[in-house]
Design a protein around this ligand. Structure first.
Ligand SMILES: Cc1cc2nc3c(=O)[nH]c(=O)nc-3n(C[C@H](O)[C@H](O)[C@H](O)COP(=O)(O)OP(=O)(O)OC[C@H]3O[C@@H](n4cnc5c(N)ncnc54)[C@H](O)[C@@H]3O)c2cc1C
Length: 526
C-alpha cells in the first residue's frame, strides 16, 4: 500500500481502468474490495484520508439494529444480521462479540424486550452470536455495578458485534492492494469526462500533496461519497435533485470508571425516541448517539451544545456516577448519509437505513444510505450493476468468505496491538531493529512509537491527523492526550516521509486547530 507507486499509475492517460470508485469510506472501500477481488482493474480515489468522513465516527456497532426491528424494518435487520456474521467471520481480529444489557425500569419492559430479542436471535440463524435472556435485577447489578438501582426491575441480555471502524477501513484499503487494485488518499475527484453521447468515460482528479491534476479513463465509475454524493451528481448534471440528507450523530468518550465490566448498556426509548448506547471501547466508554438533521454536509462536523447536554443528561438518568462536562475525554460528530425522503416532513430517525443505488443517464453509478455493517453487500450490489452497465465479464462476487487484510483468529483483545491482526508480528520486527520504538508515545494511552513508523511506511498515513485519528484512535479516545502526542508523531513521521521542519510546524498547527473541535474546553492548547 504505497502511495507513490499508486500515484504513478495515474500518469498514463490511456490506461483504461475497469472500475473507479470515488470515496474511501466504508461504502467505497467495500465496493473497491469487491471489484478488485473479482479480478477487475480497480482504482479508489479519496479526497481526504480513508474513513475521514462518517466511517470513522460510528457507534462502533456491527449490528442488525434492535431499533430497526422495533420499527418493523425486517428486511434491513435480516440483511444486517447476516452481514454482522460475515464481518465477524472475515475480520475476526477487529470484530468482537459484545454482550449488551437493556435495563428495565418498567415492570412490563422485561417480557416486551425478551420476546423482541428472541426474534432477533432467530433472524440471525446460524450466524447468531449468543442467545438473549431475561435476567434479574441482582444479575444486572452484578454485571453493571454502576447502574442506578432505584426502580430497576431486571434486564435483558443480548449479543451484537463491536469493532474499530477506521481500522477496518485501513484493512479494507490494504485488501484492495492485496487483490491487485489501487487506492489513493488525498486525491479528490474534481470533474467527470463524457463522450459525445454524454456517457461518462473518465474523470479528473487532483493529488492534493503535489497539486498535480490527472485525467483518467474508466469503463465504470461508482460514486460512493456518502453525504457528498450530490456534489459528484452535480458534476454529471448541474440540475440534479438532492438525493441525500445529512443527519448528525455525536458521541462522547468517558473513562472506564463510568461502566465497570465488559458489558455494554443499551437504553431504549430515550426522551428523543431513539436508543442510547454506552459501550466499553479501547479501555474507555463511548456513549451516543443523537439524530439532528443538518442543512449541509461538511468535512469536520462539530457537536452541538444541545446534543452534548442530551447525552450527558440521559446517561445521568441511568449511571450511578453522573458524567459531567469535565469528564468528557473527547467528543466526535458524524453525518449519516440518509436517502432523502419523498416526504419532507418525515423525521430522520424514521428514514430507512437501507441502501439505494441510482443509475444516472450518463451511466454514473451512485450508492447512498446503508450502514457500516452492510458495507459488503453494498459493494456487491454496486459491482453487479457496474458489470451490467459497462459490459464487463460476469464474474461471481467472492467477498462472502474473503478474509480481510490482517485476518487472524483468537487475538488477545487486551493487547492494544491486536488491531493489526496478522501484521502485529511485523511491528515487532520494527521494534527489534530499533528498540527505542517500543516506548509509549504518551503514558495516558497505550500507543507506541513503532506504530508511527508502521503507519507511515505501510498504511498510507500522510499527516499527524491520519495517525492520531484513524491509524490509532487517540483523538477519539482522549483529545487532550492526543494533542500532547502530536509533536513526537510529527517528528517521527517527518523522518519516515522525508519532510522538513516547516512540514512539522504546519502539521502541528493543523492538528491543534482540528483537535480543538473534539475538546469540550477551549482552554487547552499544545
Ligand atoms: C453517528 C453515527 C453512528 C453510526 N453508527 C453505526 C454503527 O454503529 N454501525 C453501523 O453499521 N453503521 C453506523 N453508522 C452508519 C455508518 O457509519 C455509515 O453508513 C457509513 O460510515 C457511511 O460510509 P460512506 O462510505 O457511505 O460515507 P463516508 O464514510 O462519509 O465516506 C465518503 C468519503 O467520500 C470522500 N469524498 C467526498 N467527496 C469526494 C471527492 N470529490 N473525491 C474523492 N472522495 C470524496 C469523503 O472524503 C469521504 O471519506 C453510523 C453513522 C453515524 C453518523
Amino acid at each position: 500500500m504505497n502511495r507513490e507507486v499508486a500515484i504513478k499509475k495515474l500518469s498514463n492517460p490511456e490506461y483504461d481502468w475497469d472500475i473507479i470508485v470515488i470515496g474511501g469510506g466504508a461504502t467505497g472501500l467495500g465496493t473497491a474490495v469487491d471489484a478488485a477481488s473479482r479480478g477487475f482493474k480497480t482504482l479508489l480515489l479519496e479526497k481526504h484520508d480513508f474513513a475521514k468522513g462518517t466511517s470513522s465516527r460510528s457507534t462502533k456497532l456491527v449490528h442488525g439494529g434492535v431499533r430497526y426491528l422495533a420499527q418493523g424494518d425486517i428486511s434491513l435487520v435480516l440483511e444486517a444480521l447476516k452481514e454482522r456474521g460475515l464481518m465477524m467471520q472475515n475480520a475476526p481480529h477487529l470484530v468482537q462479540n459484545q454482550k449488551f444489557v437493556i435495563p428495565n425500569y418498567r415492570w412490563w419492559g422485561g417480557p416486551f424486550y425478551t420476546i423482541g430479542l428472541k426474534m432477533y436471535d432467530m433472524m440471525a440463524g446460524k450466524l447468531g452470536l449468543g442467545p438473549s435472556e431475561h435476567i434479574s435485577k441482582e444479575e444486572v447489578m452484578k454485571i453493571i455495578p454502576n447502574l442506578v438501582e432505584e426502580d430497576l426491575h431486571g434486564g435483558v441480555v443480548y449479543h451484537d458485534g463491536k469493532f474499530d471502524d477506521s481500522r477496518l477501513a485501513i484493512n479494507l484499503a490494504q485488501t484492495i492492494f492485496d487483490h491487485g487494485g489501487y487506492a489513493i488518499n488525498y486525491c479528490g475527484v474534481t470533474g467527470l469526462v463524457k463522450d459525445k453521447q454524454g456517457l461518462v468515460t473518465g474523470l479528473h482528479c487532483i493529488d492534493s500533496e503535489t497539486g498535480e491534476s490527472y485525467i483518467i479513463k474508466a469503463k465504470a465509475i461508482v460514486n460512493a461519497t456518502g453525504v457528498f454524493v450530490d456534489s459528484i451528481l452535480k458534476m454529471d448534471d448541474p440540475d440534479c435533485k438532492k438525493t441525500v440528507v445529512p443527519s448528525q450523530g455525536i458521541h462522547i468518550l468517558l473513562n472506564r470508571d463510568f461502566i465497570k465490566g465488559d458489558t455494554s448498556i443499551m437504553i431504549p426509548n430515550t426522551s428523543d425516541g431513539r436508543v442510547l448506547f454506552a459501550i466499553p471501547w479501547h479501555n474507555k466508554v463511548v456513549v451516543g448517539t443523537t439524530d439532528t438533521l443538518m442543512k449541509e454536509a461538511i468535512e469536520e462536523p462539530l457537536a452541538l451544545k444541545e446534543e452534548i447536554d442530551f447525552i450527558l443528561n440521559t446517561a445521568a438518568d441511568y449511571l450511578a456516577k453522573s458524567p459531567k462536562r469535565e469528564d468528557v475525554l473527547s467528543v466526535f460528530a458524524g453525518l449519516r448519509p440518509l436517502a432523502a425522503p419523498e416526504d419532507d416532513d418525515q423525521e430522520t430517525k424514521e428514514i430507512s437505513r437501507s441502501h439505494k443505488i441510482i443509475i444516472s443517464l450518463s451511466g454514473l453509478i451512485t450508492i447512498i444510505g446503508g450502514k457500516w455493517t452492510t458495507y459488503r453487500q453494498m459493494g456487491e450490489d454496486s459491482i453487479n450493476k457496474a458489470i451490467l452497465l459497462a459490459g464487463l465479464p460476469e464474474r461471481p462476487c467472492i467477498t462472502n468468505s474473503l478474509p480481510i487484510h490482517g485476518f487472524r483468529k483468537n487475538v488477545d483483545f487486551k493487547d492494544h496491538l491486536y488491531v493489526y491482526g496478522s501484521d502485529m508480528n511485523k511491528i515487532q520486527v520494527i521494534i527489534s531493529k530499533n528498540p527505542e520504538l517500543k516506548q509509549k508515545i504518551h503514558p495516558n494511552l497505550p500507543y507506541i512509537k513503532a506504530e508511527i513508523v508502521w503507519a507511515a511506511r505501510t498504511e498510507m498515513a500522510r499527516t499527524v491527523e491520519d495517525f492520531l485519528a484513524r491509524r490509532t484512535r487517540a483523538l477519539f479516545l482522549d483529545a487532550k492526550t492526543s494533542r500532547a502526542m502530536a509533536n513526537d508523531v510529527a517528528k517521527i513521521m517527518a523522518l519516515e516521509l522525508g519532510r522538513d521542519d516547516k512540514w512539522i510546524k504546519d502539521q502541528l498547527k493543523a492538528f491543534s486547530n482540528l483537535s480543538a473541535g473534539y475538546l469540550l474546553s477551549d482552554k487547552e492548547v499544545i
